[in-house]
Ligand binder design. Structure first.
Ligand SMILES: [Zn+2]
Length: 74
C-alpha cells in the first residue's frame, strides 16, 4: 500500500475543525473512509461523501455527515 490519497471539497464542514477539505484514498472505493485533510478526523465513507456532493450544502447533507460521524464515535 502506497497510501496515496486525494483531496476534495465537501459542501459540509468537518465537525472537528470546520474545514471543508477532505481526504480519501486515490482508489475511491465506496467504503473507503473520508478524513478531514486539516485535522485528520474521520468524517464519513466515500459513498456518503458522494451523496453529499450530489445533494450540495443543506440540512440533508449535514444530517448525513452527522449520522456518519456519530456512527464512527459510537
Ligand atoms: Zn477537521
Amino acid at each position: 500500500m502506497s497510501g496515496l490519497s486525494v483531496d476534495f471539497r465537501l459542501p459540509v464542514a468537518c465537525p472537528g475543525c470546520g474545514s471543508h477539505l477532505m481526504r480519501v484514498s486515490q482508489v475511491k472505493n465506496p467504503d473507503d473512509k473520508v478524513h478531514c485533510a486539516s485535522c485528520g478526523s474521520y468524517v464519513c465513507l466515500y459513498h456518503e461523501a458522494c451523496s453529499v456532493l450530489e445533494k450540495g450544502p443543506g440540512s440533508e447533507s449535514e444530517a448525513l455527515i452527522e449520522k456518519a460521524v456519530n456512527r464512527a464515535n459510537r
